[in-house]
Design a protein around this ligand. Structure first.
Ligand code: NI
Ligand code: MN
Length: 223
């Protein structure tokens, strides 16, 4: 499977023969090279409704006809804009034609009244990927591998200010014990600068089996 880092927290996962776009913040994203009116996708997954995550979702879904997967409150709001979305919620899992998506806890604002932020556990091509979304470090991260088995790839925010910082993300690696950690939500703006060499050395101590895979905005990595 191929994972492209669009920039900030936006990723394009190509797996199971489908293109899955996660947190499509492209317009106004200073590090994104792709444009919202050019990107192709079959699915759009939204962790929460802060502008740097829901981003261009409405326009992209309307143009591409992509299937949207998000929380119930965001799905209802998109419904009022003429978009039919899968309004799932925390703890829930659903099968799609590329694999399954489970909504997991993220400790963060929802960006919409009454909602919760979420992360995604995606199982596809026999691999398990954890997209943490925006979150603080939580003990609940330890549950992921306990209930879902070994995690292959964990995409974690590391930029601090709004989310975990580098030391917290290294502990999150110990809790999740993924084979690979992809850092996200850093470097987009000065307030969320992060030192990925520091992340590497901390992860080496906290979770020796985890390899940090830094993907530059616009670049891809095949897992
Ligand atoms: Ni946020
Ligand atoms: Mn954010």
């Amino acid at each position: 499977m191929k994972l492209t880092f669009i920039g900030h927290a936006a990723f394009l996962l190509e797996a199971g023969g489908k293109k899955i776009l996660i947190d499509p913040f492209l317009t106004g994203n200073p590090v994104a090279k792709q444009k919202a009116d050019e990107i192709a996708c079959d699915y759009v997954l939204i962790t929460h409704a802060h502008g740097d995550h829901i981003g261009d979702a409405e326009a992209i879904i309307k143009r591409t006809g992509a299937t949207c997967v998000t929380t119930n409150e965001i799905a209802q709001d998109l419904g009022s804009k003429g978009i039919q979305a899968h309004g799932m919620h925390l703890g829930g899992k659903h099968g799609f034609d590329f694999g399954t998506v489970k909504l997991v806890l993220a400790l963060h604002g929802s960006g919409i009244a009454g909602g919760h932020a979420c992360g995604f556990l995606i199982e596809t091509e026999g691999k398990k990927l954890y997209f943490a979304g925006d979150t603080a470090l939580t003990m609940d991260m330890q549950l992921l591998r306990d209930v879902w088995g070994p995690i292959d790839v964990a995409v974690l925010p590391v930029g601090s200010y709004f989310t975990m910082d580098v030391p917290d993300a290294a502990v999150a690696c110990r809790f999740v014990a993924p084979r690979y950690c992809v850092p996200a939500h850093y470097g987009t703006f000065p307030a969320i600068a992060a030192n990925i060499d520091d992340l590497r050395s901390r992860v080496a101590k906290e979770s020796p089996q985890t390899e940090v895979v830094e993907i530059a905005p616009g670049a891809s990595h095949t897992f």
